[in-house]
Every structure is written in structure tokens, then in C-alpha cells.
Design a protein around this ligand. Structure first.
Ligand code: ADP
Ligand code: NI
Length: 214
């Protein structure tokens, strides 16, 4: 099992190494650490499945592939190359499917492994790390840090958002501040609440400095 982890780490480092949109190797490694933290408290789930799914969860992401289908094909061919048995491979894939489901839709989680990996990925979008990733992502997309005229606090329509009239600060209201209520496991919820409070404090200080207050 140890060798398979090493091989997978190498594969993922190679695939994601140069990404600067918040999906680099360090994101993957943090998601694995978050997953370990949650798993050690939950005392449920198969760690090998969780670790493999955490390592591979961003491989099929459409931001990193020509198409979603191309990403899934890449994941499939990797899982075949390491000769996992069919059942293990499909458990890992189903975890990753759950985690990569996007766009405000939600999917029924059918395993504790999927719940843990999803929580672990969401935790990395929160707190100090979440703040850093948000501004890094927004910068790469050419979004302003903050633009009062674009509206904040979820005031923007989906169309305005899709047209790129967005700011990184707006992303907190669109997504990040909603995540604490979407956690699956009790321990992740507790960690999410701490990180949530940190983001609220950050925003308060941000507006205060923006408005020229001490
Ligand atoms: P992941 O695939 O790791 O779950 P995403 O692909 O949704 O996360 O986003 C990667 C990072 O970029 C996250 O930290 C997220 O908050 C941030 N991000 C995503 N969309 C935006 C946006 N429109 N503006 C600013 N940051 C964003
Ligand atoms: Ni991720």
C-alpha cells in the first residue's frame, strides 16, 4: 500500500505542479492532512480510500483539463496503470465524483469516505488559507480585490457573476461563508466554524481599513 501512495503522490505532483490557481500540490497535501484529522476523530472509513481520493481529487477538475471528460479519462488510466482491484478503484472514483460535483448542485453522499474527503477539501477553502487562495484565484482571473460598485453580500445576479463582474471579496458571500453549514462530519463542522469566524473578522477589518478607519 505504501508504494501505491508514493506512486500516486508522484503522479499528482507531476500533473498539478505548476498550477497557481489554488490547486497546486500543497493544496492536495493540505486536503490529505485535513482528511486525516477528521478521520482520526470519526474513527470510521477506509483510510486508503480516503488518502487516495484526497490525493487524486483535483485530477479530473475541468479547470485543469481540456474538458471534464479528458480529466476523467486521465484519472481512469492512472487507476488502471497501478492495477488496483476493480472495487477499490470504483470506491476511489466515486469519492472523487462527489467532491468534484460543482455549481451549487448537491449530490447524495453514499460513503463516509466521500463525506470526509469533501469536508477536507472544503476546509481548505476556509480560514487564512481560504483567504489566500481566494485572492490568488481572483488575481489570476483578473478580478479586482474588492469593488463596491459591483455589489457584495450576494447582491450580484448569476449573469453578472458569469460575465466576470466579480470581485474576490464577493466570493466570500457567494460561497465561502456558506460552507460551514454544509459540512458532513461533526469534527469538520467544528473546524469550519473556527475558520468561518476568522474570515468574518478578516472582512470586518478589511472594510474598516477600506473606509479609512483606524
Ligand atoms: P476546489 O476544487 O479545491 O474545491 P475550487 O476549484 O472551487 O476549489 O476553487 C479553488 C480556490 O479558488 C478556492 O479556494 C476558491 O475559494 C477559490 N475560488 C473559486 N472561485 C473563485 C472566484 N470566483 N473568486 C475568487 N476565488 C475563487
Ligand atoms: Ni480541491
Amino acid at each position: 500500500m505504501k508504494d501505491l501512495i508514493k506512486i500516486t503522490e508522484e503522479f499528482v505532483k507531476n500533473e498539478l505542479g505548476g498550477d497557481s490557481s489554488g490547486h497546486d500540490w500543497h493544496h492536495i497535501d493540505r486536503v490529505r492532512k485535513n482528511a486525516q484529522l477528521i478521520w482520526s476523530k470519526e474513527k470510521q472509513g477506509d483510510w486508503f480510500i480516503i488518502e487516495m481520493a484526497a490525493l487524486l481529487h483535483d485530477i479530473p477538475d475541468d479547470k485543469l483539463n481540456e474538458s471534464e471528460a479528458a480529466g476523467w479519462a486521465k484519472l481512469d488510466s492512472f487507476l488502471q496503470s497501478i492495477e488496483l482491484d476493480g472495487e477499490t478503484a470504483s470506491k476511489i472514483k466515486s469519492c472523487i465524483e462527489t467532491v468534484s460535483f460543482k455549481g451549487g448542485r448537491s449530490i447524495e453522499l453514499d460513503s463516509i469516505e466521500a463525506e470526509i474527503v469533501q469536508d477536507a477539501d472544503r476546509l481548505d477553502a476556509l480560514g487564512a488559507i481560504g483567504i489566500a487562495r481566494t485572492f490568488a484565484f481572483g488575481g489570476k482571473k483578473g478580478h479586482p480585490i474588492y469593488e463596491p460598485s459591483l455589489g457584495v453580500r450576494g447582491e450580484m445576479t448569476l449573469e453578472e457573476y458569469r460575465n466576470g463582474s466579480s470581485s474576490s471579496v464577493n466570493h466570500f458571500y457567494e460561497k465561502l461563508l456558506k460552507l460551514k453549514d454544509k459540512m458532513n462530519t461533526p469534527h469538520a463542522k467544528q473546524l469550519a466554524e473556527e475558520r468561518h469566524r476568522f474570515m468574518e473578522a478578516f472582512l470586518e477589518q478589511f472594510y474598516s481599513e477600506w473606509n479609512g478607519k483606524a
